[in-house]
Design a protein around this ligand. Structure first.
Ligand code: T1G
Length: 694
């Protein structure tokens, strides 16, 4: 049973014991009700304490039960809370570490609550696309006030227990032994005659509730563009304010049942578990010993090297930063300092912290200064010969056991590892620009990369707050390999009849932050031009649209030349459709003898997104990615795929692989060449009626 029951000094102690976070799964819910009834029937018991074993009071409902029969199997959380709140003997919730979601709602059903300082108190359901579904929208405003409750519920952000100590949420903040104090408190309460206080009976006081709620609605509108849950949170709170507790509770229940079925909630829950699943590698046990990383070396102080260095410095790790010239080194350090100074200006960093962080960086021109580094990451020019020089040198100077990582975005890690006598210590750590901001880190596992090296880097990624996804070795790993097909389709569609601005508008309406042409103008059209030239040389038979080459031949590299697919006013970043580019495109199509046709937004979105899905399916087939949710995490954290869609692979599941396969067949029929060879994984899963994530 996921609940322990003991009696101490006439007080029944019900301890939630359902690792890892005392999720309120069915067996835990049952245990609580049985504990309350057992205490009720025991004349020697005068009061009840509910507390949590391990690292949480409770992390809330068991999300893994959602949309399964267990989630609504009695006793539901409502039933549990009614049993607690209806107990004639006083119930004290003793909270430590974490009280979130249903866990906080359970505590709100208790008559009293005592907490240790530092406990994270939250109703984070909105982050899962739902809302507190067990009375949180009704009880929390009654104990912490309307404004604090609404902000907590709509943001889902945890508040530390001591910050709420002066509210009616807590009767006491306990510095000493929490359980001892809770039992003492319960014993005293038990000695007092009832009835004992119930949060539901308190009034919600606010001088202008209606005005505040309207203000909250206006401020939520901006952040909740693609998500229904924040609005529903406010609706449920408002129902309780206007119509009273019971009506509010019933309305909250309706909202919860509606939201938990939405694709947006499914996407957010998918991302929640996907983030955690990414850190698990099937053949690397979670207890694999890791190497100590106390000092990091970074080779290259350019945009990437500087950003990479900042990640480790931000986590308090000293970094030795190597460059080939003093001028390059000074420039790199100046950029890092400028980045920190802008954070100081925004109040995100104090001047003292800026100095502390800069002091953690040891600039050098000598490879020998990397000898003590436990991990060295190279971020030098993307050319195999240069990588060879660097890794040959690193192999000479780095200490035994040092991990040697390449930030390469496309080159073969196995070939790089072969430049050293220690291939087991070599892997890829592909950061995304700007490296100190983007959450995604592709960890590229070479054929010889040792398991403890992988485990070490995956743990280190958490420390530097990155979402690390393991990729096998192939051209472009996971993200760039897929985005290549996406850009390829965008160029085909320009040649066939669409204009850049139509394509960008269509995919941005789907939810991407930036369409392919604005993105290319931002990154620099010459970057992708260089990659295409390499591609043409490697795969001469490849059918590739050449319109982008034509653009680059005119020198229109994007924002950096104030002209790309779009025109830009000097110093401005907003993209203006370009008559020159439109004329060039029309002339090109004519030159190719192609008859331009109108292409619908639906076809644009379908071809762009399904080109990602189809390539992602091939990546799964080849074992480059081990699970579909890893691919989704790459796209959600590194490529601006809309979070409310859950990633390309979940989106494919949402529309159904049967429909994905039909659409791919349609695109293949209308477009010559090999662009649309349906992945066997798509066909296979569609035939079984399955999805990538089922
Ligand atoms: N349900 C199921 N599993 C959960 C879980 C949950 N609520 N919370 C965490 N886990 C798993 C997680 O997947 C991971 O699994 C392990 O626990 C450790 O998590 C009615 C309906 C509590 C702050 O949204 O924010 O209540 O990878 O790595 O960093 O209104 O987990 O080990 O197999 O995150 O110490 C609302 C979500 C639910 C809280 C701990 N509650 N969890 O952080 O560990 S909906 C939440 C968290 C609800 C009611 C509604 C964090 C944490 P594995 P972790 P951590």
């Amino acid at each position: 049973m996921a609940v322990d029951y003991t009696v101490r000094d006439g007080v029944a102690v019900i301890t939630l014991d359902n690792p890892p976070v005392n999720g309120l799964g069915h067996s835990t819910r049952l245990g609580i009700v049985e504990g309350v009834e057992r205490a009720r029937d025991d004349a020697s018991v005068t009061a009840i304490v509910i507390t949590g074993a391990g690292k949480a009071f409770s992390g809330g409902a068991d999300i893994t039960e959602f949309n399964t029969p267990k989630a609504t199997q009695e006793p539901t959380l409502h039933t549990v809370i009614r049993a607690v709140e209806g107990s004639a003997k006083p119930v004290v919730a003793a909270i430590h570490s974490v009280a979130m979601g249903g866990g906080l709602e359970l505590a709100l059903g208790a008559h009293y609550r005592v907490a240790a300082p530092g406990a994270q108190i939250a109703l984070p359901e909105v982050k899962l696309g739902i809302l507190p579904g067990a009375g949180g929208t009704q009880r929390l405003p009654r104990v912490v006030g309307l404004e604090t409750a609404l902000n907590m519920i709509v943001s889902g952000t945890p508040v530390l227990s001591e910050k709420l100590a002066q509210t009616a949420l807590f009767d006491r903040l306990v510095e000493g032994d929490l359980l001892d104090e809770a039992i003492r408190f319960a014993k005293d309460a038990g000695a007092r005659s009832g009835p004992h206080p119930k949060a539901r009976e308190r009034a919600i006081e606010h001088p202008n509730a209606e005005g505040f709620i309207q203000f909250a609605r206006n401020s939520v509108a901006a952040v909740a563009k693609h998500f229904p849950a924040p609005h529903k949170c406010i609706d449920a709170i408002e129902a309780g304010v206007k119509e009273g507790f019971d009506h509010g509770l019933a309305f909250e229940r309706q909202c919860f049942l509606a939201l938990v079925q939405t694709p947006e909630s499914r996407a957010l829950r998918h991302a929640f578990f996907g983030e955690r699943a990414a850190g698990k590698i099937a053949d690397v046990p979670s207890n694999t010993p890791v190497r100590a990383i106390a000092r990091v070396g970074v080779v290259g102080a350019g945009t990437m090297g500087g950003g990479i260095a900042m990640n480790f410095v931000n986590a308090g790790l000293p970094v030795t930063l190597l460059e080939t010239s003093q001028e390059a080194l000074d420039r790199g350090l100046a950029t890092i300092r400028k980045n920190y100074e802008s954070q100081v200006k925004k109040g995100k960093l104090t001047p003292a912290q800026l100095d502390e962080r800069m002091a953690l960086i040891s600039p050098t021109l000598a490879y020998g200064d990397l000898a003590q580094a436990d991990l060295v990451i190279e971020a030098v020019f993307e050319e195999l010969g240069v990588k060879e020089q660097v890794f040959t040198k690193l192999d000479e100077v780095a200490k035994d056991g040092a991990i040697l990582a390449s930030n390469t975005s496309t080159l073969d890690i196995d070939r790089i590892a072969a430049f050293t006598k220690r291939p087991a210590d070599v892997l890829g750590m592909h950061f995304f620009s700007p490296a100190n901001v983007m959450k995604l880190l592709e960890v590229v596992r070479g054929g010889k990369t040792a398991k403890d090296v992988l485990a070490t880097v995956m743990q280190l990624a958490k420390k530097i707050k990155k979402t690390a996804v393991v990729s096998g070795v192939c051209d472009g790993f996971i993200g760039n390999r897929m985005i290549e097909q996406y850009f390829r389709q965008s160029l085909f569609m320009v040649e066939e009849g669409a204009m850049p601005q139509q394509i960008d508008r269509a995919i941005e309406a789907f939810g991407f932050a930036m369409g392919p042409f604005r993105m290319s103008d931002l990154a620099g059209n010459d970057i992708s031009w260089a990659i295409r030239k390499r591609r043409y040389a490697e795969q001469p038979g490849l059918h590739y649209p050449r319109i982008a080459d034509r653009l680059c031949e005119t020198g229109r590299f994007g924002q950096k030349t104030a002209a790309g697919w779009y025109d830009y006013q000097p110093g401005e970043r907003n993209a203006r459709p370009s008559k020159f580019v439109e004329d060039m495109i029309v002339a090109y199509s004519k030159e190719q003898g192609a008859t331009r046709r109108a292409i619908s937004d639906e076809e644009i979105v379908g071809r762009l997104v399904l080109s990602l899905v189809n390539e992602g399916a091939k990546i799964l087939e080849e074992g480059i990615a081990s699970k579909a949710s890893d691919i989704d995490m790459v796209y959600l954290t590194g490529y601006g795929f809309p979070l409310h869609r859950g990633g390309p692979m979940l989106y494919a599941d949402t529309i159904g692989l049967y429909n994905v396969e039909r659409a791919i067949r349609k695109y293949a029929a209308q477009q010559n060449g090999d662009a649309w060879k349906t992945a066997a994984r798509v066909t296979g899963l569609a035939a079984q009626g399955k999805g990538f994530n089922s």
